[in-house]
Design a binder for this molecule. Structure first.
Ligand code: ADP
Ligand code: MG
Length: 580
């Protein structure tokens, strides 16, 4: 019940649309009633041998109401489509907004396909309940009350009987809800699982093909989709069972009431015309009720999925947001950064990704963090950007705990070039502008020139207006990386982080990028993460991580002299013939 009310609250900004829906519903039901009176009139006129004129005028009335109803039903279709687009849009916006706030720390623990199903089909499934069922309850309430009162005034017994069968056919389906809900949730889970499998199969197509694993995956998908088919059958079965019962209830209810009315007519308590009116009206009165029930059916899935929606909306913020405490003290001077005894694990069961890390990053200098893959380098970036919060210890920027900044302020001060660059579906210019929405074209071009990607973009079919694919698929790793560097240059933040930024760039462009990067790094606090060590030999200070622990630190020369882990990494790379 609480769940229903909470779903209904999504309609609060659409009161006018809902009122319109109710109005259309009432008008359509009124046409039905009018038609019932007219048809009863025709039959009575024929029975009582009234003139042709009377019969014809009743017939004309019936025809008009049939036409009006047909028109209303067409209009209602379009109206409902519009309303549901608005309502679903609002729910999706709220959901996405929440997911953005929850950030990667929340996404991390969930399969992306499941959240995706919720945003697309999950939200779709609320339509029946919000756009059809809820307004229809008002229509049923108003119209059934009117009809029942009218019939009651003609014949109290019949009125009461129709009233009880109406009430029963509204209440009974709700008793089925717990059982139906279980089946529906299983149905939904099986659907979301299947969807996640498909998404993974599509995204990982290259890998699957390269390993000749597509047959196995297809087999798995087939098994999953068979499971889903079984769930669908179960789900249809239970829906049919309860709708059959409801139809039975309303048919039996109406027939018995009409039978009683007929009996009363034979006793002379009702006139023939009144009997006819009761006959037609009882049918008309049940019609919105039958609609209501079919909407209720269509709502099952949505009502079951609502739990998942609320689970996301109610998910506790992984990161606590501090209220504003902004004195824009990072204005021009690049800040220093300090990690104090930082320990962090991604989940309670996982081994710590970082253990008691103690790192000092001086202002305006270039600091390098190196280590084998999986040693925790990117985790430091995640913590600095507050995608996650430390489990213990502190991260200080200019002596202020990162948790004391607002997320927005903190992130506006850090430009990152990640290992993986995401280009969004849109033009190249839009993708660049993301870093600074107010940038002029000159600024954008200055940035792309500095990142050595300007001439590449110019050679694209539409230059800066070229659409880049969903995953920037039409760009090579190196090109994408240079676009990312241009974004970072454009953002012009006092802290710059390069997380293996040049790892997928060929040696020639790396040399070019290196030049522009050194210009960019000037007067900024820069953190370079690399496993290609050529890029970090010149860093002011180097920290070596190993399995989440700080292993060594010093300058390139000092570390080579120590002949420890760093020297070891260098040797490995030299052997691989890649260094410098
Ligand atoms: P590096 O950048 O040095 O290659 P990471 O910081 O990415 O290493 O990873 C450190 C450890 O944390 C690894 O064991 C990795 O498996 C784990 N890890 C990294 N990211 C996540 C994540 N989002 N969720 C769970 N574990 C993660
Ligand atoms: Mg990494």
């Amino acid at each position: 019940m609480i769940k229903y009310m909470r779903l209904v609250r999504f309609l609060k900004n659409f009161k006018r649309d809902a009122a319109g829906k109710i109005l259309i519903g009432i008008m359509s039901v009124s046409c039905g009633f009018f038609q019932a009176f007219m048809v009863a009139g025709v039959v009575a006129a024929v029975l009582h041998n009234k003139g042709n004129e009377t019969i014809l005028s009743y017939l004309a009335g019936a025809l008009i109401s049939i036409l009006a109803r047909a028109f209303l039903s067409r209009y209602n279709e379009g109206y409902s489509k519009q309303m549901s687009a608005k309502v679903k849009g609002a729910i999706r916006t709220e959901l996405l907004d929440q997911l953005m706030k929850l950030g990667p720390a929340y996404q991390n623990t969930r399969r992306s396909g499941n959240v995706q199903s919720l945003i697309t089909d999950g939200v779709e499934s609320f339509e029946a309940f919000l756009v059809n069922y809820i307004p229809q309850t008002a229509v049923v309430f108003l119209s059934a009350t009117a009809v029942i009162c009218y019939i009651f005034s003609l014949d109290q017994t019949v009125g009461l009987m129709i009233f009880s069968s109406a009430v029963l056919s509204i209440i009974v389906p709700h008793f089925f809800m717990p059982a139906v809900s279980r089946v529906m949730i299983e149905y939904w889970q099986s659907y979301a699982h299947l969807n996640a499998q498909y998404i993974e199969a599509m995204q990982g197509m290259n890998t699957l093909k390269a390993f000749h694993a597509e047959k196995k995956t297809l087999k798995q998908l087939k098994a999953d989709s068979d499971d889903f088919a079984n769930e669908s059958i179960r789900n249809t079965g239970i829906s049919l069972a309860d709708s059959a019962l409801i139809i039975l209830l309303s048919v039996v209810g109406t027939s018995v009431s009409v039978a009683v009315a007929a009996w009363h007519t034979s006793l002379g308590m009702l006139s023939a015309q009144e009997l006819l009116i009761i006959l037609f009206l009882a049918g008309e009165c049940m019609r919105p009720l039958t609609d209501l029930n079919s909407y209720w059916h269509a709502s099952y899935l949505g009502l079951s999925v609502a739990n998942q929606l609320f689970a996301v909306l109610d998910a506790p913020m992984v990161l606590e947001q501090k209220p504003e405490k902004e004195t824009d003290h990072m204005k021009n001077i690049p800040p220093d950064i300090e990690l104090k005894e930082v320990t962090f694990r991604y989940s309670e069961e996982a081994a710590p990704a970082l253990s008691e890390i103690q790192i000092q990053i001086p202002r305006g200098k270039t600091t390098a963090i190196v280590g084998k893959s999986g040693s925790g380098k990117s985790t430091i970036v995640n913590l600095l950007l507050r995608f996650f919060d430390v489990n213990s210890g502190r991260i200080l920027i200019d002596g202020i705990d990162v948790r004391d900044f607002t997320l927005e302020y903190l992130r506006s001060k850090i430009a990152v070039v990640f290992q993986e660059t995401y280009l969004f579906y849109g033009t190249m210019e839009e993708n660049l502008r993301m870093a600074k929405p107010t940038a002029t074209m000159e600024e954008i071009i200055a940035a792309t020139k500095a990142a050595n990607v300007h001439s590449f973009i110019q050679e694209l079919p539409d230059g800066y207006q070229t659409m880049v694919g969903e995953r920037g698929a039409s760009l090579s790793g190196g090109e994408r990386q240079r676009v990312a560097i241009a974004r970072a240059i454009l953002k012009n933040a006092p802290i710059l982080i390069l997380d293996e930024a040049t790892s997928s760039v060929d040696v020639e462009s790396e040399r070019l990028i290196q030049q522009s990067l050194s210009a960019l790094m000037k007067n900024r606090t820069t953190i370079i993460i690399a496993h290609r060590l050529s890029t970090i030999a010149a860093a002011d200070r180097i920290f070596v991580l190993n399995e989440g622990r700080l292993w060594e630190q010093g300058t390139h020369g000092e570390l080579l002299e120590q002949n420890g882990e760093y020297a070891n990494l260098i040797k490995i790379q030299q052997r691989a013939g890649r260094l410098i």
